[in-house]
Design a protein around this ligand. Structure first.
Ligand SMILES: Cc1ncc(COP(=O)(O)O)c(C=O)c1O
Length: 364
């Protein structure tokens, strides 16, 4: 089997696996305990907090551990807007965000009377920053835009949007699940106030992620999980020491950066092959990460391919790929139902071998 579904989840790096085994064996105490073992685990956890903070230009005190990007998105958006209702009840997001952002927004619309503006993408899957800026109003409390779209790989104009949010004193949240470690992120340069990341997208373990919150101690956030005071009282629950340490190893490892050029070559190779056989490339041809390639092929039953082929990939995003509805992201970029149903998302990782891809039946 050939794994082409790294955007859904990546396998563990050998270095991460080693650290996980060590930590599950040795770091079994509660990191909140006052004894030597607890203190030693707590110290290692703080080192990982520092490593993550450093990787995005933040302070250690601004990083919270969560179970992944879905939870980070929930804590960022619900946590911020529900604790600051008086600042405004209008939120701007895009219509091609990950399902979890859309679900949070629908919840806020329905249960808390927030007004949400969903900015549609341009035909290439890239949001026009001008559309976001012109939707900003007096009572806009938050803008939430993903850095890289999970179905198309399109990179969104985060810097321009961040600058405008800063000027107007609007909080800016970025879902960076698909972009972290693939595009450089400096939260100060980009004026990002909250950033969600996930370990399993960067070859770390599943079930662990982080949320960056600028000036965490001075920002009012409503907890989503009430607990015994862990994570500044914002996210209760005993910290998952082995998962955090595995996450830290994945962040420190240079594998993603080192393999960037190789993945670029794979992406270009497939783009040219697919176009030659009459397929279309749904991913943009500018401003994209090479790790994700969305394509449609003539007379192609994508569902059949995804569910039975030895090439493991997704139809749309993995979380919704068993959904028979056409992908809302592909619909948003103007693809009709038949093209949408004939589309697959291929996503590549450090050990994807270009020679294996020659065997993809549509490439021969
Ligand atoms: C853009 C984006 N946001 C959020 C998520 C959810 O991440 P997690 O599985 O860590 O909750 C994903 C995962 O597919 C994603 O691609």
């Amino acid at each position: 089997m050939i794994y082409l579904d790294f955007a859904a989840s990546a396998p563990l790096l050998p270095s991460v696996k080693k650290e996980l085994f060590r930590a599950f064996e040795e770091e079994y105490s509660n990191p909140s305990s006052a004894h030597k073992l607890g203190l030693s685990s707590a110290e290692k956890i703080e080192d990982v907090r520092e490593v993550i903070a450093h990787s995005i230009g933040a302070y250690k005190s601004e990083i919270l551990f969560t179970s992944g990007a879905s939870e980070s998105n929930n804590l960022a958006i619900k946590g911020y807007v529900l604790a600051n209702k008086k600042k405004g009840k209008h939120i701007i997001t895009s219509s091609i965000e990950h399902k979890c952002i859309l679900s949070i927004c629908h919840f806020l619309e329905k249960e808390h009377d927030y007004e949400i503006t969903y900015i549609p993408p341009q035909q290439n899957g890239i949001i026009d920053a001008k559309d976001v800026i012109s939707a900003m109003k007096q009572d806009t409390i938050l803008v939430s835009i993903m850095y890289v779209n999970n179905e198309l790989g399109s990179i969104q104009p985060i810097e321009v949007i961040g600058k405008e949010c800063f000027k107007r004193n609007i909080k800016f949240h970025v879902d960076a699940a698909q972009s972290y470690k693939k595009v450089p992120i400096d939260v100060d340069e980009l004026n990002i106030d909250m950033l969600s990341i996930s370990a399993h997208k960067i070859y770390g373990p599943k079930g662990i992620g982080a949320l960056y919150i600028r000036d965490l101690r001075e920002t009012r956030i409503q907890p989503i999980i009430h607990g015994a005071g862990q994570e500044y009282g914002l996210r209760g629950g005993t910290l998952a020491t082995p998962l955090i340490l595995g996450f830290g190893t994945a962040v420190k490892d240079q594998t993603i950066e080192e393999n960037f050029e190789k993945i670029n070559i794979i992406n270009s190779f497939l783009r040219s092959k697919i176009t030659k056989i009459g397929g279309i490339i749904n991913s943009p041809d500018i401003n994209y990460i090479p790790h994700i390639l969305n394509i449609s092929l003539p007379n192609f039953d994508a569902f059949q391919f995804v569910t039975s082929s030895d090439f493991l990939c997704s139809q749309g995003s993995a979380c919704s790929s068993l959904n028979i509805e056409p992908s809302y992201v592909l619909t948003a970029i103007g693809l009709n139902h038949s093209y949408s149903r004939a589309s697959v998302r291929l996503s590549f990782g450090y050990n994807t071998d270009i020679n294996d891809l020659d065997k993809l039946f549509f490439c021969t």
